[in-house]
Design a protein around this ligand. Structure first.
Ligand SMILES: Nc1ncnc2c1ncn2[C@@H]1O[C@H](COP(=O)(O)OP(=O)(O)OP(=O)(O)O)[C@@H](O)[C@H]1O
Length: 606
């Protein structure tokens, strides 16, 4: 299913309701802050509209000092209380807002970690994640931005009725003129913001690329290559290109805003000109008092400015609700539909796995990696999968573990289609060592147990069986030693082989019913490899296991070997059977054996 075609566009109201419903669930007091803030925000501008009028009227009339002082003192006190309350409610709101943003971040992270694995390799979805992040990455945009504006708009709306009443008293035509003037500004702002948004996909693409290069530049893992292969200039060039594109887009967008603000200024000039001319005319010819002149001038100035801000705020909400729409589209990314009748994972062990007429191609690609593949891994059997690079060995693992689903055909576990199992339950039955080993910046124990609640006996046992006990014992803090230096300057960097042993320990600790090892010994020295094979039966007991290796000598202890080529099983049988066949497997085996013998001769100095 193409996610792009299923992206929904929702109304601003709908998106606002989405955000509000979450806030209501998480923290109802936010609404209280909004209400509190709105009232004081509505009151505040009127203090300095009425106070000057009253003062001028008194000055031009009875000139009572005590009354004037009273007016001034009241205005100052009310103003101070209002300003403090506004500042206080803004502060309280920001604190609450941080929590709300963190909650939304949790939702995005959960989705990113739980969605189908196939999405994580899809650049379009990666872009969607980036867009979703934009909705929550800072307090002034997306969810935070919308809330803050809604927060201020409510206060402004209450004030609206005050302004309208005052200006109506002066002249309703002036009111209509002001509203039309501001609406034009609003329309232009909306267009400029709309243009900015139309560029967001392009911008987000360059931002993602630039961020990737940026992170690569300072990523310790790439440090060796960057230095030895002089990657600095290539990376810098790439970064400059991506940033250049970002700047071009920003300039283009800014150009639009610049034009808008030019028209804006012209409209402002027109507005002020017309209004002041009318007010002066009213004083001269219609007997408008100076007190009222001041009040109307202040009201109109504030009203126009206020309406201008209000319109811009509404435009802001509209645009940022589109970002919220992006967030929702990301959350709506559909995972594969599970079976309607979820079946419990069978109790009978060990498990048998069967591929029935399985064809597979990766999403958004045309080439089939497998066509009508039939393969049975008998219960308790050790299957070795061998084949040249790109033959589809790792893809087979991804299919068995249900990280991907077959394009056609089915995969059965003890005769049941694996789609019928709950995905999370199904993942639990596997202990897998993947080809590319990832260590986390956690301590050793957490890196093996993947949990903070650790069974120490099982941990010790796994460490011993994986052959990494001596190394861990030699560390000052043992299993509590932090791995990697990203978060701890005294963190330990393990060698490739040690990492491989740690990931074996991980698989052993998980104690999955099906064990899959994708090139588990590629980085091991021959002694470690020998020890691991020797202890292999003990390690995996009678579990069904799949073993992928390029070292054909290491596949001999398996019950059966499948030789893959061009997405097909070309040869299948025991080591002896395949050697007797004298085909590709035997050829590859002999070539490797020959190198090995030559190696031995060289090392013996022959
Ligand atoms: N996520 C992906 N999207 C598209 N094609 C992919 C993806 N992953 C792998 N492929 C392609 O599928 C084919 C099989 O890859 P796979 O990793 O299964 O091979 P392999 O036999 O494990 O290779 P190796 O021995 O090098 O590990 C390759 O041609 C590869 O380019």
């Amino acid at each position: 299913m193409n996610h792009e075609n299923h992206k929904k566009k929702r109304s601003t109201f709908n998106n606002l309701m989405f955000v509000f419903s979450y806030i209501w669930k998480w923290d109802k007091s936010v609404f209280l802050s909004v209400g509190f803030h709105s009232i004081f925000l509505a009151i505040s501008p009127f203090i300095w509209i009425f106070a000057p009028k009253l003062l001028i009227d008194e000055l031009l009339g009875l000139k009572r000092v005590e009354v004037m002082l009273g007016i001034l003192a009241s205005a100052l006190v009310i103003s101070a209380i209002t300003n403090y309350s506004i500042a206080y409610s803004i502060g309280a709101f920001r604190m609450k807002m941080s929590n709300i943003r963190f909650n939304f971040i949790d939702i995005i992270n959960d989705k990113a970690m739980e969605m189908d694995y196939r999405h994580t390799e899809d650049p379009k979805i990666l872009n969607d994640i980036h867009l979703a992040w934009r909705t929550v990455r800072n307090p002034w945009e997306g969810v935070g931005g919308v809330l803050q504006k809604v927060f201020t708009i409510l206060g402004s709306l209450i004030g609206f009725f005050g302004y309208v009443t005052i200006i109506m008293l002066l002249n309703p035509i002036i009111l209509v003129f002001l509203i039309i003037n501001v609406c034009i500004t609003y329309y232009l702002t909306l267009r400029a913001k709309g243009y900015e948004r139309s560029k967001k996909d392009e911008l987000s693409d360059y931002e993602r690329k630039s961020r990737y290069v940026n992170m690569t530049m300072s990523d310790f893992q790439f440090g060796k290559d960057i230095r030895i292969y002089s990657l600095k200039s290539l990376l810098s060039r790439k970064k400059r290109t991506f940033d250049g594109k970002r700047v071009d887009i920003a300039k283009d967008v800014q150009g639009r805003y610049f034009k808008t603000s030019l028209v804006d200024s012209a409209l402002l000039l027109l507005r002020e000109g017309v209004v002041y001319t009318y007010l002066v005319y009213s004083v001269i010819f219609k007997g408008l008092t100076l007190g009222n002149f001041t009040m109307y001038a202040a009201s109109i100035g504030s009203f126009a400015g206020w309406m201008d801000t209000l319109m811009k705020d509404i435009a802001f909400i509209k645009i940022n609700c589109m970002y919220i729409n992006d967030l929702r589209n990301f959350l709506d990314i559909e995972d594969e539909e599970g079976s309607k009748n979820i079946t419990a994972i069978p109790k009978e062990k060990p498990y048998e796995i069967e591929f029935k007429n399985v064809s597979f191609k990766y999403p958004n690609t045309e080439r089939y990696i497998f066509r009508n593949l039939n393969l049975k891994i008998k219960a308790g059997h050790k299957l070795a999968i061998v084949g040249i690079n790109g033959a589809g060995k790792t893809t087979l693992v991804k299919l068995i573990t249900r990280l991907y689903s077959p394009t056609e055909g089915e995969i059965l576990l003890n005769g049941i289609n694996v789609k019928d199992f709950d995905q999370k339950e199904y993942f639990k039955i596997f202990s897998v060592v993947f080809q590319e080993i990832k260590m986390f910046a956690f301590n050793v124990a957490e890196n093996i147990a993947y949990s903070e609640d650790i069974n120490m006996d099982r941990l010790e046992d796994s460490i011993r069986k994986a052959g990494i006990k001596e190394k861990i014992d030699s560390l000052k803090n043992g299993i509590k030693t932090n791995v990697l230096k990203v978060l701890d300057e005294y963190g330990v960097e393990f060698s490739g082989g040690e990492n491989q042993k740690l990931s074996l320990a991980r698989a052993l600790y998980k104690d999955g019913e099906i064990v899959i090892l994708d090139e588990p010994t590629a980085a091991l020295d021959p002694i470690a490899e020998h020890d691991i094979y020797k202890g292999f039966d003990d390690m995996i007991e009678n579990r069904t296991s799949v073993y992928i290796s390029h070292r054909l000598s290491s596949t001999r202890f398996c019950d059966v070997i499948a030789f893959f080529e061009d997405g097909e099983i070309k040869e299948y049988g025991t080591h002896t059977e395949l050697m007797d066949l004298k085909e590709k497997y035997a050829e590859m085996f002999n070539i490797q054996a020959q190198y090995y013998k030559e190696d031995q001769l060289i090392s013996k100095g022959a």
